[in-house]
Write a protein that binds this ligand. Sequence first.
Ligand code: UDP
Length: 380
Amino acid sequence: MGLTVLMNSGPWLAVPPPGYGGIENVVATLVPELRRLGVRVVLASVHSSALAVDELVSIFPDGQFAHLQRPYNQVSGIAQAHQHGVVRRLRERDDIDLVHDHLEAVGLATLAAMGPDAPPVLHTLHWDLAKHPELYGTIDGGDRVRVNGVSASQLARAPRRLREHSVGHVHLATPLATGADRRAPVRKGDHSVILGRVTPGKGQDVGARLAQRAGFPLILAGPVGPYHRPADLAAAGNEALQNPDVRFWYDEVAPHVDGELVRWIGTVAGRERDDLVATARATLFPLRWEEPGGTAVVESLALGTPVVATTRGCLPELIEHGRTGLLTGTEDDLADLVLAADLLDEAECRREAARRFTPAVMAQGYVELYDRVRQSALTP
Ligand code: UDP
């Protein structure tokens, strides 16, 4: 379609990410589909990014994720250095039709300050912004800056000045959804899974407590702060406790983790992750925050596993209660719903994923937003 997009995924992780990586995963899912549609993609990331693109712009050799364990005001210099590098490169050239930006805070401010000759910007919101308003100090000078959400509920909760710049939302996607409706069913085990960062918003404490009370096997998969393996966390010294998610683990989750009925297996990736989810009777999301996009939710559907969750954030947009999952406003009901989840049809979950959550559907959504952003840049 003759469009050249500068895709800015920021300096924190390579694309695709080496393990956990929310935004970088979204970029890695979107870009190949955009290129299939004829969009040229210049990726602004770190040098070690291996994603196939038309050109890579990078300031840092490798991802700076480890620094994010410090408070944001101590690491914003890294984001600024990346962003200034990107802006310098943008100024040297006139072939970029649109910037698709994913780097919050300084990212948007720097792009907005580029002046009237700069290309229009679409910034994708990735967070629950009612909870993290500090990520967006300003989008002043933002006539050329538009934003999109990853769900309607995320946008509805965003500060007004962001909503006023919004051009819509595009749900998250997973490559697992492509052809999911043609995949053979997998034999289910007895376990349920919580897949995600161990952090209060994801509610591993609630899940583990309910599993112990109702007696259903639960596997927790995901990192605790920067620790990906139980052995690494066990070997960490007292300074690990500075991380709020590590404290959450020890104070709220670990007391319910007995290594038998409820286990924590650390971060899982690739085939191991897919098998764990595909063989589960349900994936459980006992959310304590308004989930903005929920990649793990759509992955679960693509793998034929119904979702049992609290009715928060984007969950009602992604899951149809009684067909692809079971939703409740009452935490204590989750245990009963886990036990009822195998009444749902796993083929229905996979069909839904193949219809709504493929990279192709997501790319189509973004191409439409790019058009809208370019139109509104022409006619402010
Ligand atoms: N993830 C993973 N291994 C883990 C835990 C999580 O690969 O052990 C992946 C998960 O499959 C999903 C992403 O990390 O692709 C988490 O994205 P999501 O939108 O669910 O949550 P976020 O952490 O971005 O709030």
